[in-house]
Design a protein. Structure first.
Lengths: 365, 162
């Protein structure tokens, strides 16, 4: 294949594969969420949907859900602002998936004498792109809440916009430490920087060099994704279902997909920034090299497979963590959310920046 | 290719800006404002000013317009009670003045020769950061003091009892 055609083919293939990975994981996550909730609450969970009598542990339930969403009546309330009401789910879904564009899924691979990065775009602004995209998600929620023309969604929309704006601040500030340690905002360089060893024993992962930054970022991300314990925008005990109360059918499923995409992309971001991305502990290009000087040679194909596998495993773990937290921690009260965001998270993230700067200054002297 | 994209995004930006001022519903205006901001960010990217593009989207589209939308939601004027704006003499004069201003800046801009090819590496995160913390450090720090004053002022105004 010739030059430009090959490049276009590679780009399209990358986008297709990574998007398919995300949407596939979304489908699986709906099942994991319900099944995980069931096991945490000592129940069996969904297990009735079957195809020709095969139940496969309820794995056909996502399929049944999708069919139900497709064939349900697409209802628009009389009070709704029709155009904005229909735009809101799109505003919600599109930014949720866009974040995946800067996540490196694996190291560069060489195919037919060409180097291909397993990343849709290695932007110079790196993580700033992610902030830009995630800043857009608030419009979906706000528009849905306002355009529904009903009181509960409006309250949910107002709550969420205040919450998202508050936590965006500490989310951004909690990552400054990572930029300082790895001296870049480029995703590929942050992952490459995590390949070394800390004190000759620990892998130099973000979580070991920035433990406070990791906790702050994780909490801020849960607040941004409107997941429990920060799911006040939909808080069913007080707001029915918050901003998507008036939505049914496929539009409702778009909000749901957006929520799960946030989980998947969020898990990928945490894995990339704080857990080495595709780095496998002690695995170099030629094979394992353990701290004691003990080495095991590994063929390059297996190295690649291990690295991509390690990335996928990390993403799966953090996606599961969202479910785990949801069914473990109860929802906060609204004033508690605001107090945590402004009076705890913000000062701590500023402290983290100062501490990181001080340590770097002392180490480099 | 670059010219085609420039014309495309420039057209989107201008059309969006026109829609912002002509739409009757404030929410529609706000959404068109986001479109314009995105198109301008795309123009920044075309000039290799990646950092500026990202910040434009984060600050303006991601924070400032959110506050606009927030206010529109809170006030929530019913559609039939939206104020009707009439074309008065002063408005017509304003549009004419704006037209002359645009024409004049276009004439002035033609005197400057645009640099050919991609802009030098001045728009990257590294370059902007270096410039801010070396040559423009004083201006940068004074701006942050200004913002701090604004924050304190906002709190002083909003809080009845300090």
């Amino acid at each position: 294949m010739t030059g430009p055609l090959f490049d276009i083919a590679v780009t399209v293939a990358r986008i297709a594969v990574f998007f398919a990975f995300c949407f596939g994981l979304v489908v699986v996550m709906t099942w994991v969420e319900r099944k995980g909730a069931a096991y945490i609450q000592d129940r069996r969970g969904p297990n009735r949907a079957d195809i020709f009598g095969i139940r496969a542990w309820g794995l056909f339930h996502p399929l049944a859900d999708a069919l139900k969403f497709l064939f349900k009546e697409d209802f628009i309330p009389d009070n709704a602002h029709r155009l904005f009401y229909q735009m809101a789910p799109m505003f919600s879904l599109a930014p949720a998936i866009l974040g995946i564009a800067i996540i490196p899924f694996g190291p560069d691979v060489t195919v037919m004498g060409r180097t291909i990065a397993l990343q849709i775009a290695d932007l110079n602004v790196g993580i700033l792109y992610l902030f830009a995209v995630s800043g857009m998600t608030v419009y979906g929620v706000v528009l849905a809440g306002w355009a529904s023309g009903s009181k509960y969604p409006l309250l949910g929309g107002l709550r969420s916009s205040a919450q998202m704006l508050s936590y965006e601040v500490s989310m951004g500030l909690s990552l400054i430490g990572i930029f300082m340690v790895f001296e870049s905002v480029r995703m590929s360089q942050i992952v490459a920087g995590q390949g070394g060893l800390l004190f000759g024993v620990l892998p130099k992962w973000g979580v070991f060099v920035q433990p406070l930054g990791f906790i702050l970022f994780l909490v801020a991300q849960y607040a941004e994704a409107n997941r429990t314990p920060f799911d006040l925008p939909e808080g069913e005990s007080e707001l029915v279902a918050g901003y998507h109360t008036e939505y049914a059918s496929f539009k409702f499923s778009m909000f749901m997909m957006a929520e799960y995409l946030h989980m998947v992309v969020g898990a990928a971001v945490v894995a990339t920034l704080f857990f080495g991305g595709w780095q496998f502990p002690y695995l170099g290009d030629a094979g394992f090299l353990f701290p004691g000087g003990f080495a095991v040679a590994v063929p390059p194909a297996l190295v690649l497979l291990l690295r991509i596998g390690s990335f996928v495993a990390k993403v799966l773990f953090f996606a599961w963590l969202y479910v785990w937290v949801r069914w473990t921690i109860p929802r906060f009260r609204y004033d508690q959310v605001m107090r945590l965001g402004w009076k705890v998270m913000l000062p701590l993230s500023l402290l983290n920046i100062f501490a990181t700067g001080l340590i770097l200054l002392l180490l480099n002297r | 290719m670059e010219t085609v994209l420039f014309i495309l995004f420039g057209a989107i930006a201008v059309c969006g800006a026109v829609m912002v001022v002509t739409r009757k519903h404030p929410m529609a205006s706000a959404l068109y404002l986001i479109l314009t901001l995105f198109a301008v960010a795309a123009l920044f990217v075309l000039r290799q000013a990646h950092f500026l593009a990202a910040i434009q989207v984060i600050i303006y589209a991601g924070a400032v317009v959110v506050l606009f939308v927030f206010v529109i939601m809170l006030i929530n004027v019913p559609e039939d009670r939206l104020p009707v704006e009439r074309a008065t003499t002063i408005r017509v004069l304003g549009v004419l003045a704006a037209g002359f201003f645009i024409l004049e800046s276009a004439v002035l801009a033609r005197r400057y020769v645009m640099p050919k090819g991609p802009a030098a590496e001045v728009g990257t995160v590294e370059a902007v950061g270096r410039a801010l913390f070396t040559d423009y450090l004083l201006a940068f720090e004074i701006t942050s003091v200004l913002l701090l004053a604004a924050v304190i002022g906002a709190i002083a105004l909003a809080k009845r009892k300090i």
